[in-house]
Design a protein around this ligand. Structure first.
Ligand code: BGP
Length: 478
């Protein structure tokens, strides 16, 4: 008997971000963005998570993997043909703000940048692949960071508005799925990438972080409203990093602690973008942390009016929490912290693997918001080995994805409304947190290594053929 769990129009595909694939960092009049000045290698994560980074380009000292990335800028045709061969219905990508407004402050958009994405969208449409576009994916213009202090500065909203109007007007006939800020809530743990500034000391983070978020919420609402006006048939979503928070045990103090962490990290930004107002729990949190936001009169109405059509989210791991962590092992490497969950294995990078957590996430998000969901990132970063005969047998990745797709099928049976699934890093790319190439996610291998060497040749991994079948059978053959 056939099992029609996935709806006929389910949006299967893969996900990327401009700064992690394009390269060509100075071509087509592109300006520098944050990602262009982040070094590769293990030190990147600590830079992203600790105070005091100064955003200076120091090319003697570091290798900057984003400068060349996988050269999608020149090889997009070859890559899109491979996505088409897998049967992609959608391709999630981002537009680099700095290709359109190199410094962020110009009055006119850069034609060469606009033309590049025209070519990419046209190529996708040749194969009936719909682009799903993230407007801002860790790619803030460096000039806005250095001269304006990133999203802390209200003026940035005006520059962002100019950018979104330029891309909506230009691509109104080419793009019908949009998302505003990638993993907006990641600003809590990696403010450099998400909010465009580095705090100077840990204790100073509260006020600027929430002020910057406020500006992003206003900007997000402006984008939603403009999108609805300019492209009435389009859908625009938000994008959050979702990692369900489990209490370590049944001690009510730990359960309360986990709930609080969950609300602040997982839900606060989504509450703002979906429900359109500051929730009660955050008002108490503001009081307790001495946070007083500067909010202009029209802001709250705007936030209420500009709520999103769907929730895009990334799912990689869950998180386990307890109040007193002194007697527990830290979940080493789990991007969003917490204590080690004794029931879970972790990836080579320490990210805890938890497919059931995806079913939980889908249910929790849908219970809370009742609007369509879209899993726009999920995948396994792993070391891959090219065998002597050129094959890459990534059964571990197939297992990971299979279990997560099965969890989505369960979520669908639970009644969750789910638009699609774009597996992260469908082609190997630069890792955002570590800047490495060796942390690979792709169905397509790219011959490029941590030291920058490699021919950039593309090869199909075993998972390529597996995913092709998944899409062909609409999720029935896993
Ligand atoms: C998300 C980001 C992506 C991406 C992914 C995997 O946080 O939206 O940009 O890179 O995580 O993370 P990493 O590359 O650090 O393994």
């Amino acid at each position: 008997m056939r099992n029609h769990t996935f709806p006929e129009n389910f949006l299967w595909g893969g996900a990327t971000a401009a700064n992690q694939i394009e390269g060509g960092f100075y071509e087509g009049n592109k300006g520098l963005n944050i990602a262009d000045v982040l070094p590769g290698g293990k030190e990147r994560l600590s830079i992203l998570q600790s105070p005091g980074f100064n955003f200076e380009v120091d090319s003697e000292k570091y290798y900057y993997p984003n400068h060349e990335a996988i050269d999608f800028y020149h090889r997009y045709k070859e890559d899109i043909a491979l996505f088409a061969e897998m049967g992609f219905k959608v391709f999630r990508m981002s537009i680099a703000w700095t290709r359109i407004f190199p410094k962020g402050t110009e009055l006119e958009a850069n034609e060469e940048g606009l033309a590049f994405y025209d070519r990419v969208f046209d190529e996708l449409h040749k194969y009936a692949i719909e682009p799903v576009v993230t407007i801002s994916h860790y790619e803030m213009p460096l000039n806005l960071v250095k001269e304006y202090g990133g999203w802390r500065n209200r003026e940035v909203i005006t520059f962002f508005e100019r950018y979104v109007l330029a891309i909506f007007n230009r691509y109104k006939n080419k793009v019908k799925y949009w998302m505003t800020f990638n993993e907006i809530n990641s600003g809590f743990i990696m403010p450099i990438q998400g909010l465009g500034f580095s705090i100077q000391k840990e204790s100073d983070k509260y006020q600027p972080t929430f002020q910057a978020f406020h500006h992003q919420f206003v900007a997000s609402s402006i984008a939603v409203k403009a999108c609805h006006e300019i492209i009435p048939n389009a859908k625009i979503g938000n994008m959050i990093l979702y990692a369900p928070v489990y209490a370590y045990d049944s001690d009510p103090e730990n359960v309360m602690y986990a709930l609080q962490e969950e609300r602040i990290f997982n839900y606060f930004c989504a509450d703002m973008q979906v429900r359109g107002e500051y929730p009660a729990y955050i008002k108490r949190y503001f009081k307790e942390h001495g946070i007083e936001l500067e909010i202009e009169d029209a802001d709250l109405d705007l936030i209420k009016e500009g709520t999103v059509d769907f929730i895009g989210f990334s799912y990689y791991m869950s998180r386990t929490e307890k109040m007193d962590k002194s007697d527990s092992t830290n979940s080493e490497g789990n991007l969003i912290g917490g204590v080690k969950n004794p029931y879970l294995q972790a990836s080579d990078w320490g990210w805890e693997i938890d497919p059931v957590g995806l079913r939980i996430s889908l249910n929790q998000l849908y219970d809370r918001y009742q609007i369509p969901l879209f899993v726009v990132e999920n995948g396994l970063g792993a070391y891959d080995k090219v065998e002597a005969d050129g094959s890459i047998n990534d059964d571990y990745r197939i297992d990971f994805l299979k279990n997560h797709i099965q969890a989505m099928a369960e979520g669908l049976k639970d009644g969750v409304e789910l638009m699609g699934y774009t597996s992260w890093g469908c082609i190997d790319l630069v890792s955002a947190s570590s800047g490495q190439f060796s942390k690979r996610y792709g169905f397509i291998y790219v011959d490029k290594h941590d030291d920058g060497s490699g021919t950039l040749e593309r090869k199909k991994k075993k998972s390529f053929f597996w995913y092709q079948n998944v899409i062909k059978s609409n999720g029935e053959k896993l």
